[in-house]
Design a protein around this ligand. Structure first.
Ligand code: EPU
Length: 335
């Protein structure tokens, strides 16, 4: 397959940043991927849905756009079904496929932008559910040796918005497929407050997984900007964890601070709240800014430079650090 040269990445990143890549390859099968890799000497970046990346400059290398497709039922028993899903499938379309077939578990993860391959990478999560609880295996191709490795759930070292693919093995693998174990019986999880109240507003008492998915879609649409309308990459920052001691002093000084004690002796703090308290929520700087309904989300209103958005994120990190003594970490990958 011929590589495309000097291509704009604007349609391939949900922030809508207009940068160029020296080379682009659209990957539709693994043999083709191996062939490209064996002839390549340039730096590589793998793009799934492009929904968790901020480009701050042109890319002087080869972008691999993942379009591997296919969903295979590989095993099932009375209670569970095992699906091996190609990594280029669109995450929300896969969630919809599961709902249609009554495969239960990931309905709370409806409408998360991005690809199936990115889901283990950052252990996507929302509304009380994390994808790690449904992944049994990740298949990945080593970019240098071109060998295929199968990572068990344990091997993936899943953590909050993280996995081995973001830490020790960062940039070493191309994830080719993910195997999910889903339930044939629903185990409805509406513990996350907003889902329950949304279902009540919808007049639903005994929700199906489709109802839960619809409730999540409604909540996400009301809080988060649609990348098709306003460029963004979802939460730009992670929710920080602090020691319980630090949490006590924060609660004394800021009684309203949203805080979630964890089982490991730390407390998670809502980054959106911290950012809002520093006065950034809804703030606009020409063609970019902080979203009006969710301060965790930085937005490109059209034509913004990645560098400007990056500088704004640094300004936010400094302001939060000065006010609360907490160093926010970016969730989005910056290039
Ligand atoms: N909050 C504010 N101001 C804001 C935003 C939030 O005060 O501008 C407060 C809320 O009132 C609430 C708390 O912060 O008390 C938590 O807010 P919310 O429930 O909206 O969730 P979040 O922590 O801001 C996380 C994920 C989202 C995910 C939601 C729902 C992270 C970094 N973000 O946001 O994920 O959809 O929970 O479960 O963990 C994403 O990763 O791109 C993403 C959107």
């Amino acid at each position: 397959m011929a590589l495309q040269k000097n291509i704009s990445l604007q349609p391939l990143n949900t922030f809508g940043i207009n940068v160029k890549t020296k080379e682009l390859a659209i990957i539709k099968d693994v043999a083709e991927l191996k062939n490209i890799l064996s002839n390549n000497l340039s730096p590589i970046y793998i793009l799934g849905g492009g929904s968790n990346i901020l480009f701050t400059k042109d890319f002087d290398g080869l972008i691999l756009k993942n379009k591997l497709k296919g969903i295979q039922l590989i095993n099932e028993n009375n209670n569970e079904v095992y699906l091996k899903v190609a990594s280029g499938e669109i995450w929300h379309e896969f969630v919809c496929y599961c709902i249609e077939n009554n495969y239960c578990g990931i309905e709370n993860l409806s409408l998360i932008p991005g690809s199936v391959g990115a889901s283990p990478m950052q252990n996507i999560g929302a509304y009380g559910v994390e994808v790690k609880d449904f992944i049994t295996e990740v298949e990945a191709l080593h970019l240098k040796s071109l060998k295929t490795t199968h990572f068990s759930t344990n091997d993936c070292e899943f953590d909050y918005r993280s996995s081995i693919f973001k830490t020790k093995e960062k940039d070493n693998y191309f994830i080719t497929a993910v195997t999910f174990k889903l339930n044939k019986q629903p185990n409805i999880n509406t513990s996350y407050g907003a889902i329950q109240s949304e279902l009540e507003a919808m007049g639903i008492r005994n929700p199906t997984i489709k109802d839960v998915s619809n409730a999540v879609i409604n909540i996400r649409k009301s809080k988060l900007p649609d990348p098709k309308e306003i460029g963004n990459a979802g939460s730009f920052f992670k929710n920080p964890s602090v020691s319980n001691e630090k949490a006590i002093s924060l609660k004394t000084n800021f009684p309203d601070i949203p805080n979630y004690p964890q089982s490991n002796g730390t407390t998670k703090i809502a980054a959106g709240w911290l950012i809002e308290q520093c006065g950034f929520k809804g703030k606009t700087y020409g063609n970019y800014g902080v979203h009006k309904n969710q301060a965790l989300v930085l937005v490109n209103y059209g034509g913004a430079k990645g560098k400007d958005i990056y500088d704004l994120s640094s300004e936010i990190i400094n302001a939060v650090n000065n006010k609360f003594g907490i160093e926010l970490e970016r969730e989005v990958n910056v290039i």
